[in-house]
Design a protein around this ligand. Structure first.
Ligand SMILES: N[C@@H](CCC(=O)N[C@@H](CS)C(=O)NCC(=O)O)C(=O)O
Length: 190
């Protein structure tokens, strides 16, 4: 198997942690720079991660996780876990949009409908996820918990949100720093 991604992407990190002891090759691309042509050849949607298993290409972390879980004989996610993933992805996608906008020279703190909507989605989602953490819903180190970890740590790494009122998410992150593959995949070490 080959995983195409980058060391800083939270979507790639979740798959690297999920892959655990599986043997695979990791292709670390600079998707906005010198490796753009390589990305164009690997995925027409121009996003990472991509998994290649023999002739089978799989796009999108959610589908890749399904593919790996099926290979590992794990139970499919429950509907509630699917909803957790949708929340995490919703907040993470909006945060990626904010970061790419800032890198494009746009001041995202302006009172503009588009950025107000992204900020609102990020904070309503983070508040709901923080309440779920407090309720013990992310105690088990399963795929949704891995995704939550990767998002929270990435938001902190990129300094994209103010965690006031959702400090429980940082506590969740801090208490899982020694879990398998977490330190090895830390974007700060890339
Ligand atoms: N839904 C996708 C999102 C992946 C994603 O947005 N990856 C980012 C890197 S963190 C990316 O490839 N961005 C490129 C772009 O938006 O142009 C997944 O879960 O795999």
């Amino acid at each position: 198997m080959k995983l195409i991604g980058s060391t800083t992407s939270p979507y790639v990190r979740r798959i690297r942690i999920l892959l655990d002891e599986e043997r695979y090759e990791f292709l670390n691309l600079d998707i906005y720079g010198e490796d753009r042509d390589e990305l164009r050849r690997r995925n027409p949607t121009l996003r990472i991660p991509v998994l290649e298993d023999g002739d089978q290409e799989v796009y999108d972390s959610r589908i890749i996780a399904r593919y790996i879980s099926a290979r590992q004989g794990r139970d499919p996610l429950t509907w509630d876990q699917q909803n957790q993933l949708t929340m995490i992805d919703g907040a993470n996608d909006s945060a990626v949009t904010m970061l790419l906008s800032e890198r494009s020279g746009i001041d995202t703190s302006q009172d503009l409908m588009f950025y107000n909507l992204q900020r609102e989605r990020i904070m309503t989602t983070l508040r709901t996820l923080a309440a779920m953490v407090e309720d013990g819903q992310f105690e088990t180190w399963n795929y949704p918990a891995i995704c939550l970890y990767c998002m929270v740590d990435w938001l902190d790494f990129r300094d994209l949100v103010d965690f006031t009122g959702v400090e429980g998410l940082l506590a969740f992150r801090d208490s899982r720093k020694d879990y398998p593959w977490v330190a090895e995949t830390d974007p700060r070490n890339s």
